[in-house]
Design a protein around this ligand. Structure first.
Ligand code: HEC
Length: 133
């Protein structure tokens, strides 16, 4: 956890880079790396977010499928709220999948990278998923 605390402390003032790689788009020396790893391991089953190399369940019709976070901007507080309350409705997403510093790291990562499809659209042929709109 000391490592994650250091990561959070360093999380201000970084720039987005590394898109277009396979899997995690954040490198190991990126302050959001831990958040990305945590997202990939805990949230990827339901949420698409290409910065974490995740594609959700790949089936958008499924009810457990969470919103595609490439296409939605999320604030830090909204992500923390969603983690603590199980999404905004509390109906499907489990509560407190990650807690404490880990939840904060994930929230920082998501707040930074969610909505990237709007301003940082992947090109056709780039490895980001089967069905980019
Ligand atoms: C079992 C599937 C599932 C998992 C695992 C899951 N989510 Fe969700 N999530 C959902 C669903 C479904 C919604 C939409 C319904 C709602 O908001 O209650 C949602 C909503 C959200 C929202 C609100 C998005 C919006 O704009 O409406 C955020 C942010 C979010 N999740 C982040 C996360 C994070 C971060 C994790 C990992 C710690 C995670 N989710 C894990 C299913 C999941």
């Amino acid at each position: 956890m000391i490592l994650i605390a250091a990561v959070i402390a360093a999380a201000l003032g970084i720039s987005a880079c590394g898109y277009g790689e396979e899997g995690l788009a954040v490198k190991q020396d990126n302050p959001n790396y831990n958040g990305a790893v945590l997202f990939a391991t805990h949230c990827s089953g339901c949420h698409t977010l290409s910065a974490a190399g995740t594609q959700g369940s790949g089936n958008r019709g499924e009810r457990t499928q969470g919103p595609n976070l490439n296409q939605r901007e999320e604030s830090y507080n909204d992500v923390l709220f969603a983690i603590q309350n199980g999404g905004f409705s509390g109906a499907i997403m489990p509560q407190n999948i990650v807690v404490g510093k880990e939840a904060e790291a994930v929230a920082k990562f998501v707040a930074k990278y969610a909505g990237s499809a709007a301003e940082n659209s992947p090109r056709p042929g780039q490895k980001t998923g089967p069905s980019e709109p």
